[in-house]
Write a protein that binds this ligand. Sequence first.
Ligand SMILES: Cc1cc2nc3c(=O)[nH]c(=O)nc-3n(C[C@H](O)[C@H](O)[C@H](O)COP(=O)(O)OP(=O)(O)OC[C@H]3O[C@@H](n4cnc5c(N)ncnc54)[C@H](O)[C@@H]3O)c2cc1C
Length: 305
Amino acid sequence: MSIEAAYELLSERLSGPVRRDEPLSRHTSFRIGGPAALFAECDSLGDLSAALSVAADEGIPWAVLGKGSNVLASDAGFDGLVVVLGREFKRYAIEGEHLRCGAGVVLGVVVQEAFRRGLTGLEFAVGVPGTVGGAVAMNAGSRDRWIGEIVESLTVVSADRGLFRVRGDEVAWGYRHAGIPRGGVVVETSLGLREGDLEAIRRTMEASLRRRKRTQPLGVPSAGSTFVNPEGDSAGRLIEAAGLKGTSVGGAAVSEVHANFIVNTGGATAADVLELVRIIRHTVREAHGIELEPEIRFLGSFEPA
Ligand SMILES: Cc1cc2nc3c(=O)[nH]c(=O)nc-3n(C[C@H](O)[C@H](O)[C@H](O)COP(=O)(O)OP(=O)(O)OC[C@H]3O[C@@H](n4cnc5c(N)ncnc54)[C@H](O)[C@@H]3O)c2cc1C
């Protein structure tokens, strides 16, 4: 594996700039993370395919990032290639009740567009940060609605299979999990919406936004919910009941507003967040006998939690 060789190849083959040692703190909502050895914004399918095949040929690890709103990146960074989706992946079109959407589109943009056109089905996603690709990969949503329910199809690219399409009902959707074929990057999705009542859509979205503002620490860097809700319970309730609200390690703290959010109060490192994750898991296990599983995704190398 040679980062230097991969850098040369990527610079030759991609139309956009390829950066060395790009701080991941610039690309995560936690504002945490050391450098990615290689960082490429892929503006086209050609760029993305080339990036994936260079990574495969050179044997270097790679990862795709959306807006990094569900990611904790290691303080040591990522010793491989991080790709983000650029220009060609930021387009969308609505045909009747079908929204065809590039994976790099910001989710909030299409939530608002669907609303403007009186299309129902995406109200649950109002206020969820990130891209459409990230939302699909995470099966993002609320407690009882998630994006997988409205995915008609996904277009995926991988180094070994090239470009292929998967029907929404062929994907194994789970709670904050989507069975995207291994090594695949989602590049486009078709979402099925329905004609609805504009006022009803507005009311649902406004109520949801009000609830978010009341219950989430929105002005402070975080990665949303740290843990998935265990069956029949809420991670936030369990953490709060274990007396952990406000507990901090370095610059990372359990939010006073929502106990399932870890916030970066200033200068937090990934090590701070990880230590807090360990403390929370241990304390909740002791207090309630429940093992909390992280919802956030880890990028780079970490000591096992
Ligand atoms: C304040 C706040 C509130 C939040 N509220 C919610 C909520 O209500 N509901 C909810 O579900 N989540 C919530 N989140 C978490 C987060 O916003 C979602 O998981 C979001 O969908 C992630 O999108 P992203 O583009 O930022 O993905 P990233 O965080 O960049 O990536 C997340 C994962 O998806 C993978 N990925 C990204 N793009 C692609 C792609 N194109 N193809 C394949 N894999 C890909 C990444 O490799 C990574 O493993 C919240 C986060 C914050 C900060």
